[in-house]
Design a binder for this molecule. Structure first.
Ligand code: ARG
Length: 463
C-alpha cells in the first residue's frame, strides 16, 4: 500500500467530519439570520398597522420585500432601521448607499409620496437648476431684495446637503471611510482657505487630527451654532448607524467672515451652509452655488445624484434639491402672545414652514422672530425655492402689516369676537326694546285702565 493512499484513508473521516461540521454551522447560521429578518419584517408590519405617519412602515410591502434577492432584502431592512427603532418617526428610513434610491425605487417612491404629499404618477424631480432667469413672480432683474417690501436687515441662510459618490452614505460608513473622507475634503477646504474671498479654517473633532479642537472648544463652536451637536445622543442618527464611530471623521470648515460653513460627517457627508445678515437673498444663494461647484470639481466622482430623486441625501425628506433656504423674520403681530398658531396657519397657505429660530423642533419664542422657509424641496428647482422664499415673505409681510395696522380687531379671531359682541349687543338691545315696549304697553294699559276706572268711578260718583 502506497504511503499516499494510507494517509488519505487515515484523514478521510477527519475531513468528512470537519466538512459536515462547517456545513451544519453555516446552515444554522443562515437559519438564525432568516429568523431575525422575519422578526424584523413582522415588527415593520406591526408598526405599519399602528403608526399611520411612519412613511417607511406605510411604504413597506411584504410582497415587494419577498420579491428581492437576499442581499437586497438585507439592504432594504438596513434602510428601515431608524423607523423600526423609533416607531413614532415621521419618515422612518435613511438611504445607506447612493444607489439605494434607484435600487429600491418602489419603496422610496411610496415613502416620498406620503411625506411630500405628491402624486408621482405624472411627476418627477427635474434636474438641478440654479438660474433665476425667467422664474415666475420675481423682479426682472433677478435680484431678490427683501427691502423691496420694507423688510429690515434679517439673518438669511441657505444650506445644501451633499454626499460624495466615492463613499457609502453615513449610515453604512466604516471608520476608515469617515477618516478618509475627512482627508479628501482637506483639498476643498485648503482651496477655500487660500482664496481671500473665503479664508478661514478647518477644525476637526477626530482624535489625533492636526486641526483637532478639544471638548471645551468644540462646545464653544456648538454654542455659537457653527458646528453640529453630539450625534451620539440622537436616537434617529444612532439607530441608522449615521452617528457611528463618533467623533471620528467629523469636523467643520468656517470662512473668515463666518458666513460659509461646511459640516463634515453629520447626517450627510457635507452640509454646506451660507448665511449673512442683509436683504439680498442672491448673496447667500450665489455663494452656496460656488462652494457646491468647488466640491464637484475637486472631489473625484463628485456628488451623488439619483436619476429619479435628484440630489442624494441620507434622509429622504431632503432629497430632490437637498436645499433649505430660510430667514429670520420678525412677525410680532402674527405671533402675539407667543402662539405660533396664526403664523403656522398663514405659512401653510403660503407654502412656508415656520419654526423657532433655534433649529428643527424648537418652539416659537416670545420674541416674535421666526424662521421661515419654503416647505418644498422636491419637484422644485433650487432657483424656484429662492423665488418661493422671496414671494412667501412678501405675502407674509403683508399679513403682518395688516395685522399691525388693524390691531387685534383686524384679525379673524377679533372679527369673530366682534361678530359675537355685535350679535350679543343686538340681542341685548332687542331684549331691552321689547321690555321697554312691554313696560310701555303695560304702563299704557295701566294708565288706560286707571283712566277707564276713573271714568267709571266719576260716572258712578256723578250718579
Ligand atoms: N429621522 C427622523 C424621522 O424619520 C427625522 C426626519 C427629518 N429630519 C431630519 N433631520 N432629516 O422622523
Amino acid at each position: 500500500m502506497s504511503p499516499i493512499y494510507r494517509y488519505a484513508t487515515a484523514f478521510c473521516p477527519v475531513l468528512i467530519t470537519a466538512g459536515c461540521l462547517i456545513l451544519s454551522h453555516r446552515w444554522r447560521h443562515r437559519r438564525r439570520r432568516e429568523g431575525i429578518a422575519a422578526a424584523i419584517v413582522a415588527k415593520i408590519l406591526d408598526i405599519k398597522a399602528t403608526q399611520p405617519n411612519n412613511c417607511m412602515a406605510q411604504a413597506f410591502e411584504q410582497s415587494y420585500y419577498d420579491s428581492l434577492p437576499k442581499d437586497k432584502r438585507k439592504r432594504l431592512l438596513a434602510c428601515c432601521s431608524s423607523g423600526i427603532a423609533n416607531p413614532e418617526s415621521c419618515m422612518g428610513c435613511y438611504a445607506m448607499k447612493p444607489e439605494d434610491y434607484d435600487d429600491f425605487y418602489p419603496f422610496f417612491i411610496k415613502a416620498l409620496s406620503q411625506y411630500h404629499k405628491i402624486d408621482f404618477t405624472d411627476k418627477k424631480h427635474g434636474v438641478s437648476n440654479w438660474s433665476l432667469a425667467g422664474v415666475e413672480g420675481i423682479p426682472e432683474s433677478g435680484i431678490l431684495d427683501l427691502s423691496d417690501f420694507d423688510l429690515p436687515v434679517v439673518s438669511m441662510r441657505v444650506r445644501a446637503g451633499r454626499n460624495l459618490n466615492k463613499y457609502p452614505l453615513p449610515g453604512a460608513m466604516k471608520k476608515r471611510d469617515r477618516v478618509d473622507m475627512e482627508k479628501d475634503m482637506r483639498n476643498v477646504f485648503d482651496e477655500l482657505i487660500a482664496n481671500p474671498a473665503y479664508g478661514g479654517k478647518y477644525v476637526s473633532i477626530t482624535p489625533g487630527h492636526e486641526c483637532f479642537i478639544d471638548r471645551a472648544e468644540y462646545k464653544e463652536y456648538v454654542d455659537a451654532h457653527i458646528i453640529f451637536k453630539d450625534m451620539s445622543t440622537d436616537p434617529f442618527l444612532v439607530s441608522a448607524g449615521i452617528a457611528g464611530d463618533w467623533p471620528h471623521g467629523r469636523g467643520c470648515y468656517v470662512s473668515e467672515d463666518k458666513e460659509v460653513i461646511i459640516w463634515l460627517g453629520e447626517e450627510d457627508h457635507l452640509r454646506i451652509i451660507c448665511m449673512k445678515r442683509g436683504t439680498v437673498l442672491n448673496e447667500v444663494f450665489d455663494r452656496l452655488k460656488t462652494v457646491v461647484d468647488a466640491v464637484e470639481r475637486i472631489i473625484d466622482g463628485g456628488c451623488a445624484i439619483s436619476g429619479n430623486f435628484g440630489v442624494v441625501t441620507s434622509c429622504p425628506t431632503n432629497s430632490g434639491t437637498a436645499m433649505r433656504a430660510s430667514l429670520h423674520m420678525p412677525i410680532p403681530n402674527l405671533t402675539a402672545g407667543g402662539s405660533d398658531a396664526k403664523a403656522n396657519e398663514i405659512g401653510r397657505l403660503l407654502g412656508l414652514s415656520v419654526r423657532g429660530v433655534d433649529g428643527e423642533h424648537t418652539p416659537i419664542g416670545h420674541t416674535g422672530i421666526v424662521d421661515i422657509s419654503p416647505s418644498a424641496r422636491f419637484c422644485i428647482s433650487e432657483a424656484e425655492i429662492m423665488a418661493a422664499l422671496y414671494k412667501g415673505v412678501r405675502l407674509l409681510k403683508k399679513e403682518e402689516d395688516e395685522r399691525a395696522r388693524d390691531g387685534p380687531e383686524g384679525s379673524p379671531e377679533a372679527l369673530e369676537v366682534g361678530v359675537h359682541t355685535v350679535v350679543a349687543s343686538s340681542v341685548g338691545m332687542g331684549l331691552a326694546m321689547v321690555s321697554i315696549t312691554a313696560a310701555g304697553v303695560m304702563v299704557g294699559k295701566w294708565t288706560f285702565a286707571t283712566a277707564l276706572f276713573g271714568c267709571f268711578e266719576s260716572k258712578f260718583a256723578a250718579k
